[in-house]
Design a protein around this ligand. Structure first.
Ligand code: KG4
Ligand code: ZN
Length: 385
């Protein structure tokens, strides 16, 4: 089974082709194209939803075509599709419709069996671009469609085969996922594949958002995560005592806005010149506060629920120190194995969406109706598509 994945929930325009892997729980990557809009949003210090929408509308069709081409799929039909048939689906996305018309001659049906698209959570105008395109392609090509939860997708990045070896099997469950991104920070228990129990989540800012806000206080560019991580490598993690909010709260929830405020007070106290002089130490101290908070609760949850595997997922999973320190803590203090996706599959991409859609479609035979599928910007993990 071959699947085309489409992801436009935030500021990456992405498409990928994946195929069923060597076990029922693994997926092979055939292509993975990600066009990051970072340069566009950087001057505003964060993602501007309507700019993201416009950029997705212009880039998505070429990105899909590039993913199909890189996967070397043989065409099934030689006739170009009739775009007029699906024009009503583009009510919100006229620029995307134009792009479909422009590329109609090369939008011939490829050899795929399923289209998977992120339909939440995320920025509503951005989500609609991917969903409008996916509905249209599903009808034009007569291929089934499945709406995928972006956070389930992040977890599924761990199921993409590496060096042609399967990653996880049924024996690796119960599985605990720490999903940590720009919009979410969650501990998710999977007692079995495709079942999701939310153990806890952030009460305010997501961890990635805290990285982005702390970076701004230090005068670093958007997105702040990679900038802080780079700077932190040259600093001392115990230079400044910053809070570990909710560390002793007894539950699995998180809070990061107090930590961000503590960084703000610290920079105000130090003044501009001293803040700049000590910014590597501030970055390292901040990063360590985030790591301590999430590592401690992840270890506790893994032990309480007898997790056989702990996986790290989401954009912040690209953080080298977090990857290393969580791995060390899991090895030292739990019985669980530890798994992280390669860095390029940790941040937003469409391979994870293809993987998640494929596994759900095969296991549950659950599809979405191309005529009625919508988007849910607050979609909760585990909800049906
Ligand atoms: O999953 P993702 O690509 O998009 C969302 O779904 O939000 O995550 C983006 C977030 C941003 O907040 C970014 O600053 C953070 O992930 N991030 C990092 C690193 N790379 C990306 N945070 C810490 N360290 C990194 N190396
Ligand atoms: Zn994400």
């Amino acid at each position: 089974m071959k699947v085309l994945g489409i992801e436009t929930s935030c500021d990456e325009t992405a498409a990928s082709v994946c195929e069923s892997g060597s076990t029922p729980l693994s997926v092979t990557l055939r292509s993975n194209i990600v066009h990051s809009q970072i340069a566009l949003h950087a001057e505003y210090g964060g993602v501007v939803p309507n700019l993201a929408k416009r950029e997705h509308e212009q880039l998505l069709v070429p990105t899909i075509l590039a993913a199909l081409k890189e996967a070397s799929l043989s065409p099934v039909d030689s006739l170009p599709p009739n775009i007029d048939e699906v024009a009503p689906f583009f009510e919100r996305n006229q620029t995307l419709l134009q792009s479909f018309r422009q590329h109609a001659a090369v939008l011939t049906k490829p050899d795929i069996d399923l289209i998977a698209v992120t339909n939440g959570p995320g920025l509503e105008p951005a989500l609609w671009v991917g969903v409008s395109a996916a509905r249209a392609l599903s009808l034009l090509w007569d291929v089934p469609l499945i709406g995928v939860d972006h956070m389930e997708g992040h977890i599924a990045a761990n199921l993409i085969e590496q060096d042609n070896h399967p990653t996880l099997t049924e024996a690796d469950f119960p599985l605990l996922a720490l999903t940590i991104s720009g919009g979410h920070t969650q501990l998710v228990l999977m007692r079995a594949p495709l079942t999701y129990e939310l153990l806890g989540e952030t009460m305010d800012d997501a961890a990635g958002e805290a990285f982005d806000k702390a970076a701004r206080l230090l005068g670093l560019p958007y997105p702040g995560g990679p900038a802080i991580a780079k700077l932190a490598a040259e600093g001392e993690a115990d230079a400044f005592p910053l809070p570990r909010p909710m560390r002793t709260s007894g539950d699995y929830n998180f809070s990061f806005s107090g930590l961000k405020t503590a960084v703000r007070y610290l920079t105000e106290e130090l003044g501009e010149a001293e803040t700049q002089r000590r910014k590597a130490d501030i970055a390292a101290s901040f990063q360590q506060a985030v790591i301590d908070t999430v590592v401690e609760k992840t270890v506790r949850a893994a032990n309480e629920h007898g997790a056989r595997t702990v996986v790290l997922a989401g954009g912040v999973a690209a953080n080298t120190e977090l990857r290393r320190q969580l791995g060390d803590a899991i090895a030292a203090d739990t019985q669980a194995a530890y798994h992280v996706p390669p860095i390029e599959l940790a941040t937003d991409n469409a391979a994870m969406i293809a993987a998640s859609g494929l596994l759900r479609a095969v296991a549950k035979e659950e599809f979405s109706d191309a005529r009625t599928i919508g988007v849910d910007s607050n979609k909760q993990i585990g909800a049906t598509s």
